[in-house]
Unconditional design. Structure first.
Length: 132
């Protein structure tokens, strides 16, 4: 496996888990997270919706993993910012830009939208959620 420096520790940890899993030759279904027709395979880091593979950057994969794990609960923006930038959160609204691109990837061509913004609070992932 090849990793470009600098590498986020979370990504390195995921890649190491994948390598260990490959050597064991086992597929662990607990490594697949799903919400509706959205599927995130933690073993291969592949994300798909309705069977179509979605391109994801490492930051967007981290955001998506947290949102899927917490679905359908609200994830506060402060928690998402801390996940990505730890104690060094940028002054500008970079999170909103990442969430916009994540929404475009996840909901772009789908008729049923999964990623919801809760104004002034955070984000939710799931079906049948209000946009309030």
């Amino acid at each position: 496996d090849y990793v470009v420096k600098p590498v986020a520790l979370a990504e390195l940890e995921i890649r190491l888990r994948v390598l260990v899993q490959r050597t064991r030759g086992a597929v662990d279904e607990s490594q697949v997270l799903e919400v509706a027709d959205l599927r995130f395979d933690l073993g291969t880091l592949e994300v798909s919706r309705a069977g179509k593979t979605l391109a994801m950057t490492p930051v967007r994969r981290q955001l998506l993993e947290l949102l899927i794990r917490r679905s359908p609960a609200l994830v506060r923006r402060e928690e998402l910012e801390t996940l990505i930038w730890k104690d060094d959160v940028p002054d500008n609204d970079v999170l909103r830009s990442h969430m916009h691109m994540l929404r475009k990837a996840v909901d772009g061509e789908a008729s049923r939208k999964l990623l919801k913004t809760v104004a002034g609070s955070g984000y939710r992932l799931g079906l049948g959620l209000s946009d309030e």
